[in-house]
Design a protein. Structure first.
Length: 578
């Protein structure tokens, strides 16, 4: 008997799930092509729609464009099977998820924002669990969120999914250092409360598969790769400082060809943010791999995105950027049955079994070579791109070891075949999206079980003063007004209020921000009728609740009526604080 499903609410925005095609040079602030986290997000969503055990999908959307995009995807998806999609605008988040959410786990395509933890703490402690996933973590913003995961009201049933052991170690290092600082500064025993879970990304083994002889022959001919040449494929951004500096690849392939007497052919499939980066990449190939033919294809072109794999004999990615966390291209290569030469860096070492599915090239960092880099980034003394470049220039992929790895594969075609076949088997056993979704759903069920166990002892919601990180304005700015009205203060209907109500409801000057209060004219007239005889704020609250208003909406409604003189306070009779 299968385990019961655990419905999730999905935080959705196009910026996390929609692959971005090449932009024009004028779009300097936009991504210039495919980005790993977008590819992973899109494939995760497709896999969840396909393999997920769900009956209704609730999605919290940031804007109308994202709502329409997700609706189109859901409507056209082959695995929809008439399962409904429920869209909740972010503006309606509090009303939808508090106090009784439609799903007990909120999944975010990034580390869960502290704002959700604070909102939950304030409105309905224990209402749902948070579950998020890591991608790039080296930005200043990502570091701040990790620090806040120590201080914000996250709970033990919340989870941050780390896609690799290297990322898990990074999260522990940053949150541990911040907890140590808090302990030294304030005492106590601060610690990371959310659990860390290791779940990798996946790959579609039907889309990425070994080439047939005919496919291999056709694609090599299209790229002018000689029959006896070893075709070495690189797929990724042509961005030396933010992905993989190509020096050890270029030099390693050239030296391997010289040492083994084999012809080599480099296939570079990717995109560059600008023409200067592309020229630098190509000039580097000419400089460090003289005599090695090079084919450059646009990796964002659908005609090449998947076909280029069919021309290759082996794949390489010698990543050395702290921006990298996992290495989706490594899985794609292994799924295609290609042996891999990869750097022993970040998530790559989780994917490649050295000597069994590929070869790992040693890497190193020199202590104190970037001692003040993060300080300068936090201060804004350098921008993020410069920060990545400085870090990249101190990350070392052993050039001699890279050349030796290429030479070993150049000299032994049977080893290439064994490594490639073993890599394909490893993908099918451990890294399919179907398996990844099963791991997530098992995690979400575990989170829900722990949430239920802990919330049985959860205290009632804290006072309505807003979250402690930023109390509500009537608390934060209580020193601004002459007085603060409470539930025992007496109010009465002002003369002429019944005649004036209509214009206050319709004039733009007096009717903005209406979503947070009750706008039903009949209900407001009922309040005016009730207050013909002086009533307390609490009694008028009850009148509004009888008309369907929440406590908060009722208070905002009474405040609005006081603001425009429809109600007035009876002076000299002040009750206690609300």
């Amino acid at each position: 008997m299968s385990a019961p499903s655990c419905p999730i609410a999905l935080l959705y925005d196009d910026s996390a799930y929609v692959e971005v095609a090449r932009q024009t040079p004028a779009d300097a602030e936009a991504p210039a092509g495919l980005v790993g986290r977008l590819v992973a997000g899109r494939e995760f969503l497709d896999a969840y729609l396909t393999y997920g055990d769900w009956e209704e999908l609730t999605a919290i959307v940031y804007n109308q464009a994202s709502a329409e995009s997700l609706s189109r995807l859901h409507e056209k998806h082959p695995s929809r099977r008439a399962r409904p999609l429920r869209l909740v605008p972010m503006a309606d988040f509090p009303g939808c998820l508090f106090p009784s959410p439609p799903a007990r786990v909120l999944y975010t395509p990034c580390p869960p924002d502290p704002g959700f933890a604070w909102a939950r703490y304030h409105a309905a402690p224990g209402a749902f669990a948070l579950s998020g996933v890591t991608h790039t973590l080296c930005t200043a913003g990502a570091a701040r969120i990790l620090a806040e995961m120590v201080t914000a009201p996250y709970e033990p049933y919340d989870t941050l999914v780390c896609t690799s052991t290297a990322v898990l170690r990074m999260v522990r290092a940053v949150t541990g250092a911040y907890a140590d600082y808090l302990r030294d500064r304030h005492g106590g025993a601060p610690a990371l409360r959310p659990r860390l879970e290791l779940i990798p990304l996946g790959v579609n083994p039907d889309r990425f598969r070994p080439a047939t002889p005919a496919e291999r022959s056709a694609q090599r001919a299209a790229l002018h790769v000689a029959d006896d040449a070893v075709a070495v494929l690189f797929v990724g951004r042509f961005t030396p400082h933010a992905k993989a500096h190509p020096f050890p690849m270029f030099q390693g392939v050239a030296r391997a060809a010289q040492q083994t007497g084999r012809r080599a052919h480099l296939i570079l499939s990717g995109w560059a943010a600008n023409d200067s980066l592309l020229r630098a990449f190509i000039d580097g190939a000419r400089t460090f791999a003289p005599g090695v033919p090079v084919s450059v294809v646009d990796g964002t072109d659908p005609a090449w995105r998947f076909a280029v794999w069919q021309a290759a004999d082996l794949f390489t990615s010698l990543a050395d950027s702290i921006q990298e966390t996992f290495g989706l291209v490594i899985l794609e290569a292994m799924a295609c049955g290609l042996p891999v030469v990869a750097s022993d860096w970040d998530g790559y070492r989780d994917l490649v079994v050295d000597g069994e599915t590929g070869l790992l090239v040693p890497t190193c960092l020199l202590r104190d070579a970037t001692a003040d880099a993060t300080v300068r980034l936090l201060l804004g003394a350098v921008d993020y791109d410069t920060f990545l470049g400085e870090c990249n220039q101190t990350a070392i992929v052993d050039p001699a070891a890279a050349a030796a790895a290429f030479a070993r594969l150049f000299a032994d075609p049977s080893l290439c075949r064994r490594l490639g076949a073993a890599g394909r088997r490893r993908v099918l056993e451990r890294f399919t999206w179907a398996g990844v979704i099963r791991a997530y759903e098992e995690l979400w069920r575990s989170q829900e079980a722990e949430r239920q166990g802990r919330t049985a002892q959860t205290p009632a919601a804290p006072p309505l003063g807003g979250p402690p990180c930023y109390p509500a304005p009537e608390w934060s700015f209580a020193g601004y007004p002459t007085l603060l009205l409470g539930k025992d203060d007496l109010l009465e209907t002002a003369p002429g209020a019944e005649d004036d109500l209509g214009q206050f409801l319709t004039l733009p000057l007096t009717s903005y921000a209406r979503d947070r209060r009750l706008g039903d004219e009949a209900a407001l007239r009922a309040v005016l009728a009730a207050a013909a005889t002086p009533r307390t704020v609490g009694e008028l609250d009850a009148c509004l609740r009888g008309r369907g208003a929440s406590y908060r909406a009722g208070r905002a409604t009474l405040a609005w009526m006081l603001k425009y003189g429809l109600l007035r306070r009876i002076t000299g009779l002040t009750g206690r604080e609300a």
